[in-house]
Structures are given as C-alpha cells and as structure tokens.
Design a protein around this ligand. Structure first.
Ligand code: SAM
Length: 265
C-alpha cells in the first residue's frame, strides 16, 4: 500500500520527469494504478521504483505508457455518433461558418478524430471540417499519425466503410486511407496545463476527465467551454455528466451533448 509520503514523492518525481501532474487525478484510482505499475516493474519498493524512474529512460517510458490509459476504437459508442450525425450536425452546419472547426481533446491513438473525418466525408462535407486532435501521450499520438490499427479497433466500422477508408496491410492490420489525414492536425497538448485554441464549433472530450479530481474536472470543462463559439457543442463520454452546465456557460441538449450559450463564459 502506498503511504501518503510515497504518493507525495511519486507526484514530485513524475511531475519533474514527465510534466504529468498526478495531483489532478482521483486519489483512490491513482493509488491503484500506481501500485499496479510499481508491481509490474519488478521494483522491490517505492523508493527503488522512484530511483529507476529517475535513472532509467525505459522505466520512465513504460510508466508513461501504463499511466495514460489509451483504450479507444473507431466509432466508440456508435449510437452517440448517430446522435451527432442526425441531431447535432444540422445545427452545426447552420452556425454560419463554412468550415466546422472541431477539437478532439484526449484523442488517444486517433480513432476518434478519424471516425469524425469519416462521418464528414460520408456526408459529402470533405472540405467543410478541420480537426485539432490532441493528447498528452506522445506514443499514442505517434500511433495516431501512423494510422495503423488492428482489427479490433474496427469492430464498429460497417464493412462498406472499412472497404472505403481502410487499406488491409496484413491478416489483422489496417491502415487508414491517407486522405482522412488531410484535415486533421495531431498535437501534444495537456488539457490541464496548456493554453487552448478557440472558435471551435464542436469540442469532443470523451473518457478523459473520468480520471480527474473534481477541481481538475471543473478546470477542464471550463477550458473546453471557452474553446467553443456561442451555439457550439461539447460532447462528453457516455459515463460522464456535467452536473451544473450553467457554471461553464453550457446548456444540456441531449445525453452527453451540451451547447455553449450566447454570452456564456
Ligand atoms: C481512454 S482514452 C479516450 C480516447 C477517446 N477520447 C475515446 O473516448 O475513445 C483517454 C485519453 O486521455 C488522455 N489524457 C489523460 N489526461 C490528459 C490530459 N491532462 N490532457 C490530455 N489528454 C489526457 C490519455 O493520454 C488517453 O489517451
């Protein structure tokens, strides 16, 4: 069991070595995740693990990979993508701007922004969207840039769309069609530390803030809302909820979608 002193030391070393601020993450989950990582490393105790973290780049890399949970897939929660297409997109297109500017925050290995690109391409809106896809995890972003995925990532992609937007490389390996990349910019960005761009019509942040402490979560919702134009939409994960959307200048629309109100902060 990690003591409070161990946890404090872990926070200091991890912040110094990786820039990740562990104090923003829920303590019970954090303890469990750190204990698991330390156990798997083979270190005999926390101080040995901290020494390895300071001295051994491979241990540091392994920590970052294990700490940032990158689970994702194409069209994750397909019914929500249907809501986006049928109930939200017409409104987005009516906002008046030729190009729908989208931010996929915590995009992990890229299947979320690529799914959005497929949706826009399928609607014949090839030149009417642009996606800023960000995550703090560099290996995840490198995978996103490479656009290569195993079959399990594609399980929600209907076969005709698989045919159209993926190139089969091996028995189990696929490459996204390079044309999907044209309108996506992948970039390293920490939602809790880095300044955000603005004037987005759609901001998507799904399954990212679930690991955050309440204060960090509120800070994240504030930033996500600030990035939106009035009338723009925030889409959050299917296990998440914003209990007081008005605090962030947002209004509940349908499950998991919120609209930025006119004059909202
Ligand atoms: C479970 S994945 C979600 C991926 C995708 N949004 C989805 O729902 O399929 C969570 C991602 O959040 C990223 N993340 C965690 N904390 C973050 C932070 N402070 N800033 C940016 N990304 C963060 C992790 O690196 C990870 O890739």
């Amino acid at each position: 069991m990690l003591s409070s002193d161990d946890l404090r030391l872990m926070r200091e070393v991890v912040l110094k070595k990786t820039g990740i601020d562990l104090s923003c993450y829920k303590e019970n989950q954090l303890r469990r995740r750190l204990q698991f990582i330390i156990l798997r490393s083979g270190a005999s105790d926390v101080s040995e693990y901290l020494r390895l973290l300071e001295e051994n780049p491979r241990v540091l890399e392994d920590f970052k990979n294990r700490f940032t949970i990158n689970v994702s897939e194409f069209f994750r929660n397909p019914e929500r993508f249907r809501d986006l297409e049928e109930k939200i997109l017409p409104d987005l297109l009516a906002l008046g701007s030729w190009e729908v500017k989208i931010w996929s925050a915590g995009c992990s290995v890229g299947s979320e922004p690529y799914s959005l690109a497929i949706l826009f391409e399928e609607k014949g809106l090839s030149r009417r969207y642009r996606i800023w896809a960000t995550d703090l995890d560099e290996p995840a972003l490198a995978k996103a840039e490479s656009g290569q995925y195993s079959q399990e990532y594609l399980k929600n992609v209907p076969p005709p769309l698989q045919e159209k937007y993926f190139i089969k490389l091996t028995q189990n390996g696929y490459q996204v069609n390079p044309k999907l990349k044209r309108r996506i910019k992948f970039e390293k960005h920490d939602l809790l530390r880095d300044p955000v761009e603005d004037h987005f019509q759609l901001v998507i942040c799904r399954n990212v803030v679930i690991y955050f402490e309440n204060e960090a979560k509120n800070q994240a919702f504030s930033k996500l809302s600030q990035a939106l134009v009035p009338g723009g939409y925030l889409w959050i994960g299917s296990t998440e909820r914003i209990s007081s959307p008005a605090d962030f200048g947002l209004q509940y629309v349908i499950p998991f979608f919120y609209r930025k109100v006119e004059g909202g902060k």
